[in-house]
Write a protein that binds this ligand. Sequence first.
Ligand SMILES: NC(=O)c1ccc[n+]([C@@H]2O[C@H](COP(=O)([O-])OP(=O)(O)OC[C@H]3O[C@@H](n4cnc5c(N)ncnc54)[C@H](OP(=O)(O)O)[C@@H]3O)[C@@H](O)[C@H]2O)c1
Length: 234
Amino acid sequence: MIHLKGKTFLVTGASSGIGLALCEQLLTHDANVLGVTRRPNAVHPDVSPIKADLTSREETTAIFHRLGKIDGLVNCAGIAYLSRVIDGNPADWEEMWRVNVLALSLCCQLSLNHFPKTGGRIVNVSSMSGHRVPPSGGFYAPTKFAVRAITDSLRSELKAIQSPIQVACVSPGFVDTPLLENYFRGREDTLSKTRAGMKMLQPEDVAHCIMTILTAPVHVEIGDILLRSADQLA
Ligand SMILES: NC(=O)c1ccc[n+]([C@@H]2O[C@H](COP(=O)([O-])OP(=O)(O)OC[C@H]3O[C@@H](n4cnc5c(N)ncnc54)[C@H](OP(=O)(O)O)[C@@H]3O)[C@@H](O)[C@H]2O)c1
């Protein structure tokens, strides 16, 4: 049994899907959990909600104004619109870029002063769409490639200053969460076929991988985890 009593974790996207499942697993191990969301009523009752819209730089920055020490930051918040490069709505691109990339990067930067001197861990959630661009990847896939690149930049920069803060990236394939309804909006038949054709990853499966990173011995740095349903082709 892992004990996280006395440890504090900040989780974005705490109200749904992977973030919600992660909060539940952290709470099972007695951690203090702070959850960022636009919908404070939607987080687990034992999570301390922090209300912020991550499309806003001011609101993202304000998360850290009142924050004490944290032992881990997990950036789960994300948006996936099916928005093609040839004719997608630039407003969708902008929202995805702000939440998936800019807010994630700002949270990484602003969290650094909140870790104890002994260090801690940052986990960013990318996607298999950050490793290869599926035909429907549109503007979403580039945001997930960026998450991987930012994670690598941050890791190198922290090592260069001998920081004990470790950085990891988790890249899931399809996970059965509300995000898919956005991604397949207007193509509900494709979503039904995708669901029928595979036993999809559950949010708990991804949360379990994140827990493995967060609770690894200090001398073990897990940099990247890629996971997909055993039924997913690529
Ligand atoms: N589901 C998949 O198939 C899949 C696959 C690969 C990677 N991922 C990645 O996994 C991460 C989690 O996705 P999920 O599947 O768990 O999605 P989800 O169930 O739709 O949850 C998305 C979360 O992001 C938060 N969020 C979105 N926009 C926000 C904003 N403007 N301000 C604050 N919070 C915002 C939502 O919080 P509120 O609405 O409460 O604010 C919600 O908690 C994302 O980064 C996603 O790209 C998902």
